[in-house]
Write a protein that binds this ligand. Structure first.
Ligand code: URA
Length: 433
């Protein structure tokens, strides 16, 4: 077999066999096939796509390129949740305590991503003392004892995806549905959970900009998960405005705590409740939606969801006092208000721009060696459809002197205001089972 023949075959639009996919992935991981040939194949895949069989074969090949987490020693139902990534997306940190308080087990290993803000791990590390490097034994023990752990990857999971993702990032080949599906699902399958909830973000701040593409991606991932014996459900959710208010690290964790106290932003709270409802239904922990919603309300009101977050912070070495004293988080030196220059309805919030502005302030990484400042970020106070008066605050920049003027300009330009009434965005756009 020769890599060049496989590239030409895909370029002409033919289906690759299981053996050909194995040849490429295995050869690439071993360093026998060079970047330039794999880049050419990735580009051909971007143009010609991968059919269902190819997607499953690619996912399996990436899954078997590394270790798999064995959660069989944990008693109970292990669930996992994955978001395709969005601006202000701190959902895991709210849903994990809620569903753990409801009795499910959530054993989450996260990687560090590049992007507008840090990933879940960076957000957690903004809690003083919080450790994400936990040994596999302590990780399993923690999940068994308190039902919840969110840690950094220790095992060598899907090395093929790591190598391919880095190559895709610099060759303009990220946004291919088949490649994204294989990348996400290989990692989810390797993480060992029985049930997987996928939050597929749609809109300006997401990989998938249209509902049509998001549906195709969701269907592909759900089919891969279910065909591998894992119950998989995808929710398509709005990313045409930042989720909640906070976009950053410390400020997102504070918003998480506020949400668990019942004082979170409406859109974010609603999304977390919807995701938890689906998780309770897919695992048969609740008989129907009404029962699921009652369970969620109960664990929020009686404080048991907050208690799960507190336990996780203690088990992972963090200071649980942050829950009642936000001054313990690193504080930004400046809070700069972005005021509306006109009256009218918020028509559009350029979500990607808000993410970029937060990153420029230091909340995210452009390259993997960048250092995150946990205290900085942006709070977007308004929502699409909201009526604002001239002079009202649209957003607040939490800044420490890094590129404040540029971040301010980008944030100001992110808002579009009109005289005409604008409909509010729906939060959950579809559910694919
Ligand atoms: N997230 C992933 O893990 N992989 C992709 O390809 C895109 C988003």
């Amino acid at each position: 077999m020769r890599a060049v023949d496989i590239i030409i075959k895909k370029r002409r639009g033919f289906q690759l066999t299981k053996e050909e996919i194995h040849f490429i992935i295995d050869g690439y991981v071993k360093g026998e096939i060079p970047d330039y040939q794999v880049s050419a194949l990735l580009m051909a895949i971007c143009f010609q796509g991968l059919n269902k069989e190819e997607q499953v074969n690619l996912t399996m090949e990436m899954l078997h390129s590394g270790e798999q987490i064995d959660l069989s020693s944990i008693q109970g139902v292990c669930v996992d949740k994955h978001s395709t990534g969005g601006v202000g997306d701190k959902t895991t940190l709210v849903i994990a305590p809620i569903i753990a308080a409801c009795g499910l087990k959530i054993a989450k290993m996260s990687g560090r991503g590049l992007g507008h803000t840090g990933g879940t791990l960076d957000k957690l590390e903004s809690i003083p003392g919080f450790q994400i490097a936990i040994s596999p034994q302590d990780f399993l023990k923690q999940v068994q004892e308190i039902g919840i752990a969110v840690v950094g990857q220790t095992a060598n999971i899907t090395p093929a995806d790591k190598k391919l993702y880095a190559l895709r990032d610099v060759t303009g080949t990220i946004d291919s549905i088949g490649l994204i599906a294989g990348s996400v699902m290989s990692k989810k399958l390797a993480s060992g959970a029985h049930s997987i909830l996928l939050d597929v973000k749609v809109g300006d701040g997401a990989f998938m900009q249209t509902l049509k593409d998001a549906r195709i991606l969701a269907r592909a991932m759900v089919d891969i998960g279910n065909s591998c014996g894992r119950k998989t459900v995808a929710m398509l959710t709005d990313m045409d405005q930042p989720l909640g208010e906070a976009v950053g690290n410390s400020i997102e964790v504070i918003e998480v705590i506020e949400t668990l106290k019942g004082r979170g932003p409406k859109d974010f709270t609603a999304l977390c409740r919807e995701i938890c409802t689906e998780m309770l239904l897919m695992t048969n922990f609740a008989k129907n939606k009404t029962e699921a919603k009652q369970m969620i309300t109960r664990v929020l009101q009686d404080g048991s969801a907050m208690e799960k977050l507190r336990q996780m912070i203690i088990y992972q070495g963090g200071n649980p006092e942050v829950i009642n004293n936000y001054q313990l988080f690193a504080q930004a030196k400046h809070i700069i208000k972005v005021k509306s220059k006109e009256s009218g309805y918020i028509k559009k919030i350029r979500t990607h721009s808000i993410g970029d502005a937060a990153m420029i302030l230091g909340a995210g990484r452009k390259t993997k060696d960048d250092i995150i400042d946990p205290s900085v970020g942006i709070k977007v106070i308004v929502k699409v459809g909201q009526l604002v008066e001239k002079g009202d605050t649209l957003a607040e920049l939490y800044a420490n002197g890094k590129e404040e003027a540029r971040a301010l300009e980008i944030t100001e330009q992110a808002f579009e205001i009109t005289d005409e009434i604008v409909n509010k965005n729906k939060i959950v756009l579809d559910i694919i089972k």
